[in-house]
Design a protein around this ligand. Structure first.
Ligand code: DOR
Length: 427
């Protein structure tokens, strides 16, 4: 449908940060024209039995372009995102070359112009993510970059991290930390515990994560700069974050679906599909992640979508790269596995991450006249089975192949374009 044609999304339950109601939504040219009852338009999307929500926002997506296009491209990753209900993803900077300069950020933005969702690049904190010298954050911020991270690894040097926080505060951007102390985690291929001992695989202790979380909470207190913690996985680090927030510090945090659905026991067959960083932890940690989501002491569910080519994931467990796909399964996993009403699941997947990414002007906003037509239509009762071969991602490394889920995206609307219709990508 050309953008100038009006489309009505009819008969759905509209859910946004302001609440829940049954309404029709008329869109045209990338904008919401009207929300009300009995609305008509030339093009009709039937949303009866479905939820109409602001598009989802992923704070943590690895798109692999430039450098690893055999695993994913900006185009294939954005298509996977749209199928998962996302209208915006934050692209992580551990590409080859690293997204640590205006030139590489510009390259990513150029590739993202026509893809199925908005791709918002993050920038590296240090040059080449080597943890030695600060990257030129200001020149990247000029291109709209608002989140900086060395994700894939944490900034090890506390003094450098302090300077980075002070600098980021000065130019009005935020740092996001991958919490892993290398001196404790190096050489570990899975969680250090009963399973790593049994399997004879070197482990990473929970303390490797907790130590960096505690250090950075102190650095946020010292500098007055906000900090976001990526993919938290341990009961102890979640408790530390809850305490810091209660003390009024500017600390936000995300958790990933695999950390509330899978444990280290999944590694029992040495299948590297289950290798991820931070690693799958114990049942008690999984319960702590779920409890934090119920308590509201974390802000977002983020996928850590990390595509890897099959030949790499087929390597021996200790040598294979960490990471798993996430964009096409996150919503279904959250709706199926969390004892939370859909309103709260959507808050974690849409408007709360949109705020952290500072893209609330166009994502995760209220569904009201004048708002951006970045929307998704979800059938919360649809049951489906994950099929790794059917995913739009260029890679196949999902640990959820064969898993039965409830809740599926039917339509996604990106800047007024129907990029997913009845579960089928249109571009
Ligand atoms: O499992 C992971 N994979 N964790 C990370 O932090 C990086 C990611 C990747 O880039 O593959």
């Amino acid at each position: 449908m050309p953008k100038t044609v009006e489309t009505v999304i009819k008969g759905g339950t509209v859910i946004d940060a302001s609440g829940t109601r049954v309404a029709d939504v008329v869109i045209r040219g990338g904008e919401i024209l009207e929300v009300g009852h009995g609305l008509e338009a030339k093009n009709v999307i039937d949303a009866s039995g479905c939820v109409v929500a602001p598009g989802l926002v992923d704070l943590h997506t690895h798109l692999r372009q430039p450098g690893r296009e055999e695993a994913e491209t900006i185009e294939t990753g954005a298509r996977a995102a749209a199928l998962g209900g996302y209208t915006a993803v934050i692209a992580m900077p551990n590409t080859e070359p690293t997204m640590d300069s205006a030139a590489v950020i510009r390259e990513v933005l150029d590739h993202a112009i026509t893809v199925a969702c908005e791709v918002v690049p993050s920038g590296a904190i240090t040059l080449g993510r080597r943890g030695e010298q600060l990257a030129p954050m200001a020149e990247m911020a000029e291109l709209g970059v608002r989140i900086f991270t060395d994700d894939g690894s944490g900034v090890q040097d506390g003094g450098l991290m302090r300077r980075a926080l002070e600098y980021a505060k000065g130019i009005g951007v935020m740092l996001a930390q991958h919490c892993e102390d290398n001196s404790l985690a190096a050489g570990g291929a899975m969680h250090e515990g009963a399973w790593s001992a049994k399997l004879g695989v070197p482990g990473q202790p929970c303390s490797a994560e907790t130590a960096m979380v505690l250090r950075d909470i102190e650095l946020s207190r010292l500098t007055g700069a906000p900090i976001h913690f990526l993919h938290l996985s341990t009961a102890e680090s979640l408790a530390a974050v809850a305490q810091a927030r209660a003390a009024g510090l500017q600390v936000t945090a995300e958790v990933a679906p695999h950390h509330f659905t899978l444990t280290d026991a999944c590694c029992c067959d040495y299948d590297a599909t289950f290798k991820v960083n931070p690693p799958l932890r114990t049942e008690a940690d999984v319960e702590a992640v779920k409890a934090a989501l119920i308590a509201g002491t974390v802000d977002a569910i983020a996928t850590d979508h990390a595509p890897h080519a099959p030949e790499l994931k087929e390597m021996p467990f200790d040598q294979a790269p960490p990471g798993m796909l996430g964009l096409e399964t996150a919503l279904g996993l959250a709706l199926t596995e969390l004892e939370l009403p859909i309103e709260r699941v959507l808050a974690y997947l849409s408007w709360q991450p949109a705020k952290i990414a500072r893209i609330s002007d166009r994502h995760g906003g209220l569904i009201a006249k004048g708002g951006a037509a970045n929307l998704c239509v979800i059938d919360p009762n649809a049951e489906w089975t994950v099929d790794a071969r059917a995913l739009a991602s260029r890679s196949r490394n999902t640990p959820f192949d064969g898993r039965k889920l409830r809740g599926k995206v039917r339509h996604t609307i990106n800047r007024g374009d129907q990029v997913v219709i009845d579960g089928v990508a249109q571009q």
